[in-house]
Design a protein around this ligand. Structure first.
Ligand code: GLU
Length: 449
């Protein structure tokens, strides 16, 4: 690994050792860049890494709101505008009790490379709060979103920063955020993506992340003369990404046998398909933290309390829940059980040592980092931005076809970059290098800003 990379990582460790998620994400990415930095000294000369790891802007603000009992509550809110070298900041907003500035720096940093990989003109950003939407009434969610936007609105815009959903922020929240933005800015623009169908949202955006994960998995398997058809698949999570992934995997003839929540996981030997997929949405509405109630409705299924699905013998694993949900021991179990591909739907679901293990075993197991395989969500957000700018809407077929092609292109970019820099089959290096090159060269072109 290059000394330059070491120096930059050490400086992060010194500056803010408590930012463990951000340091984890930076370590994974920067470790991939050694061969590029050695071949192209211009990046060190222009201090590209030092500039990349420092957000262009990070805004922190107070979000006061009133709960249904009339009590005043306060949460912190943030927007990390990480990098705008190739387009306006773009990335979701996460409402989850474990969100800190560190979380959003890791997510914003990942987003720079992910967005670059899509081939669309989008910079990287992320926002959110430790607000916990679980158990909150509709009115409480609305008041929180409105208060959040009362500050955020002055920092965003269709040509500046375009937020979207993420964990805890779906169509309902985007609606409340958009409504308040429109009122404050007095303009109807594509300032958020993931909007409703009647007010500027793109068709297929809700399914896009999960669909993209499975399209990517299909491309990976194709390199081995294989496909998703007939595969036994473990999915984690039961939110938007998991829902899309289960839907598309089933459509392609795979059998999904698990979904999971913070309370444990479901194993359904009959396969999670048809009305069971529709039921996932209902479950999420009732309790975001519990997947257990599934077994009350589907009696053949088992609930494994406090466990994760990676202990099951499957052909394909799709981690679609949250960061660090798949560790080294679980990576080893997956491989030992004959798993052929791990394709990430969440952002950074595998721990650093699990990622290293997958990379070291890339001849036995295919592994795709989220920034490549889950980029279909933000890519479709990019398509929503285009439709908003044109004041036109594409059909579902057209959006889906574009999404599919973008995932094929991302796969090819990863494969090509990995080979070009001497690590064929290493999707981590491929994704990081391909994402990096465009952003770094654009930063050089635009001077020291
Ligand atoms: N939150 C999603 C992600 O992690 C989507 C972001 C977007 O659509 O802007 O990529």
């Amino acid at each position: 690994m290059s000394q330059y990379v070491n120096e930059v990582l050490e400086s992060l460790q010194k500056k803010a050792p408590w930012e463990s998620l951000f340091i984890q994400a930076a370590t994974e990415i920067l470790h991939s860049l050694g061969p590029v930095l050695e071949k192209e000294p211009k990046y060190k000369k222009h201090a590209i890494l030092e500039r990349l790891v420092e957000p262009e802007r990070a805004i922190g603000f107070r979000v006061p709101w009133v709960d249904d009992k009339g009590q005043i509550r306060v949460n912190p809110g943030w927007r990390v505008q990480f990098n705008s070298a190739i387009g306006p900041y773009k990335g979701g907003i996460r409402f989850h009790p474990n969100v800190t500035l560190d979380t959003l720096k890791f997510l914003g940093f990942e987003q720079i490379f992910k967005n670059s990989l899509t081939g669309l003109p989008m910079g990287g950003g992320k926002g959110g709060s430790n607000f916990d939407p679980n158990g909150k009434s509709d009115a409480e969610i609305m008041r929180f979103c409105q208060s959040f936007m009362m500050e955020l609105f002055r920092h965003i815009g269709p040509n500046t920063d375009v937020p979207a959903g993420d964990i805890g922020v779906g169509g309902r929240e985007v609606g409340y955020l958009f409504g308040m933005y429109k009122k404050l800015a007095n303009e109807f623009t594509g300032v958020l993506t993931g909007k409703g169908q009647y007010w500027g949202g793109s068709l297929v955006r809700p399914e896009a992340t999960g669909f993209g994960v499975v399209y990517f998995a299909e491309e990976m398997l194709k390199t081995k003369g294989d496909s998703m058809k007939g595969k036994k698949v473990a999915v984690s999570g039961f939110g938007n990404v998991a829902w899309g992934a289960v839907t598309k995997a089933t459509q392609l003839g795979a059998k999904v046998v698990t979904i999971s929540g913070p309370d444990g996981y479901i194993y359904d030997m009959d396969g999670i398909s048809g009305e069971k997929i529709v039921h996932m949405e209902e479950m999420l509405r009732i309790d975001r933290m519990a997947v257990a109630p599934y077994v009350e409705k589907y009696k053949n299924a088992q609930f494994h309390a406090g466990k994760r699905p990676w202990e099951q013998a499957v052909d394909v694993a799709l981690p679609c829940a949250i960061q660090n949900e798949l560790n080294l021991d679980e990576a080893k179990i997956l491989l030992a059980n004959g798993c052929k591909a791990v394709v990430e739907g969440a952002n950074m679901p595998s721990t650093l040592d699990a990622v290293e293990f997958f990379q070291a075993n890339s001849d036995k197991i295919l592994y795709a980092p989220g920034k490549a395989s889950n980029a279909g969500g933000v890519a479709t957000s990019g398509l929503e931005m285009s439709q908003n700018s044109m004041r036109l809407g594409w059909t579902a077929e057209e959006v889906d076809a574009r999404l599919h092609q973008i995932m094929i292109n991302i796969h090819k970019s990863c494969v090509d970059a990995a080979s070009r820099f001497g690590t064929p089959g290493n999707y981590v290096n491929g994704a990081n290098i391909a994402g990096f090159l465009k952003v770094a060269d654009s930063m050089i072109d635009q001077g020291l800003v």
